[in-house]
Design a protein around this ligand. Structure first.
Ligand code: RB5
Length: 150
């Protein structure tokens, strides 16, 4: 499972922490930037990682900015991406079980590195439950394709 990584200038340290976790877990990754603390535009980097997931080049993605909100909005505009912004492990677990989220967003100015590590590890190791949740994920895909869900 290859992970697409992206962050903005506010979240370089947290992205490095995530890389360390992925190394420990033996998971390969691709880093889509940014790689400096120069002020940058989070949609550019989040979109690169999200597109890598949507295209199948990477299996999942982790995107990080100050709040996690900007990168999650950007990632969710890429067709095929289900990005979940998580600030605690319970949501990280449930979004894998129920939403089959393929991108995780976190806020480097919101949560500390230990919590982020716990969230990322939980999200990376929790499988999708399927069953009735598959139908709901299919509805998300239909909505994305312009279907009127009524
Ligand atoms: C950058 O200052 C900040 O706006 C960004 O990291 C993020 O929080 C946006 O949602």
């Amino acid at each position: 499972m290859t992970i697409a990584l992206a962050c903005d200038h506010s979240a370089l340290d947290m992205k490095e922490m995530v890389k360390g976790l992925l190394d420990e877990m033996g998971l390969p990754y691709r880093d889509f930037g940014t790689n400096t603390t120069d002020s940058c535009d989070y949609p550019v980097f989040a979109a690169r990682a999200a597109k890598a997931v949507a295209s199948g080049e990477c299996d999942r993605g982790i995107v990080i900015c100050g709040t996690g909100i900007g990168v999650s909005i950007a990632a969710n505009k890429v067709k095929g991406v289900r990005c979940a912004l998580c600030s605690e492990p319970y949501s990280a677990k449930l979004t894998r079980l129920h939403n089959d989220s393929n991108v995780l967003a976190m806020g480097a100015r919101v949560i500390g590195p230990e919590l982020a590590r716990m969230i990322a590890e939980t999200w990376l190791t929790t499988p999708f439950e399927g069953g009735r949740h598959q139908r709901r994920v299919d509805l998300l895909t239909a909505l994305e394709e312009g279907t009127d869900l009524g």
